[in-house]
Design a protein around this ligand. Structure first.
Ligand SMILES: [Zn+2]
Length: 340
């Protein structure tokens, strides 16, 4: 089968022929990938940011936002059969550790992360397990593949935001990319907050308006001051930082009102927190990591109800490097999806 693989850090992925994955364990499922989202994390992997974080040897196949059609199931799989449309929760879990038993898949002690620690979905087939699958029914895999990671990460962060807001609270979303445009729709259906979106690209601000932001601010022009004006100098109850660079993290803290929460989702930068400010203003800082199976299940249900729509730009597998380039330049609108 064809796969787009990383052979050398800082070099484009190579489209090569590799062996098709086979069932290894009784709970394994082989999925024919018919949609794989292209994510900022793929860029970080290519750049070697993850080199020290995960033990993986090159070459391997990237792609961790996968959806498709069940091709083959292991002997212990009773809940899915060949031909069903599915989306893959991004990690394969053991189901037995304490984290799994309380439903926190991302904290599984024996987690495998296809596309990050094992072969992923920029390929015609992928191996996963029955525990990771969510049924799509009438939804098309290529239309929803980015929900497996971008959308899932957005819903977990928005649920954290929702629990910290009440009607009329101010929520600021920093960054309107693949995650941001989904986060805005979710904020509209899960909160009654007043939503402000910030970005540095004009077209993304227009996208934010379409996706549910009540107002947008151009982050090139003193975003902290603009948020303070909007909130009558009180600051926002919640800031969701989907960018996570030094600048957005510093701005995010300055935008909070007393008792406010900064939810960090994007990464790359370092937050500098003055203890005295944290205490005097009772700020909370929360990290948010992807999401669990149930959050993916809920997101698929919201999509089925028409409350969430992913903006995709679809292409063939050999367009993946092109999409990664555009993502790097910030010119890719919505989410790139390759159809292997
Ligand atoms: Zn586990």
């Amino acid at each position: 089968m064809k796969a787009a693989r990383l052979f050398t850090y800082d070099k484009p992925l190579k489209l090569v022929d590799v062996e098709t994955p086979r069932l290894k364990n009784p709970a394994d499922v082989i999925v024919r990938v018919t949609g794989a989202g292209v994510c900022h994390t793929d860029l970080h992997i290519v750049e070697g940011v993850w080199k020290e974080k995960v033990q993986v040897s090159l070459p391997y196949t990237l792609g961790h936002e996968n959806a498709g059609i069940v091709e083959e199931v292991g002997s212990a799989v009773t809940s899915f059969k060949k031909g069903e449309k599915v989306i893959l929760h991004p990690v394969i879990t053991d189901g037995l550790c304490r984290a799994c038993r309380i439903g926190e898949d991302m904290h599984c002690e024996n987690l495998v992360f296809p596309g990050i620690t094992a072969d992923g979905g920029f390929a015609q087939f992928i191996r996963t397990s029955d525990r990771s699958l969510v049924r799509l029914n009438e939804l098309e895999p290529a239309d929803v593949a980015p929900l497996a990671d971008a959308g899932l990460t957005a819903i977990r962060a928005v649920k954290k935001a929702a629990s910290r807001t009440t009607s009329g609270s101010n929520v600021v979303v920093l960054g309107v990319g693949g995650l941001g445009h989904i986060a805005l729709q979710l904020l509209r259906c899960m909160t009654n907050a007043s939503i402000t979106a910030a970005d540095v690209v004009e077209s993304k601000l227009r996208l934010a308006e379409k996706m549910g932001a009540h107002r947008v601010i151009d982050a090139r022009r003193d975003p902290v001051k603009q948020v303070m004006e909007i909130t009558k100098n009180q600051g926002a109850e919640v800031v969701i930082d989907l960018v996570g660079n030094d600048q957005t993290l510093a701005n995010g803290v300055k935008m909070l009102r007393k008792g406010g929460s900064l939810i960090i989702v994007g990464y790359g930068g370092t937050a500098n927190l003055k203890a005295i400010d944290m205490i005097f203003s009772e700020f909370s800082v929360l990290g948010s990591l992807v999401g669990n199976w149930d959050e993916l299940h809920e997101l698929i249900e919201l999509t089925r109800q028409g409350k969430v729509r992913v903006i995709t730009r679809k292409g063939k597998l050999d367009e993946v490097n092109d999409m990664l380039d555009q993502l790097k330049k910030g010119t890719l609108e919505g989410r790139g999806v390759v159809i292997p």
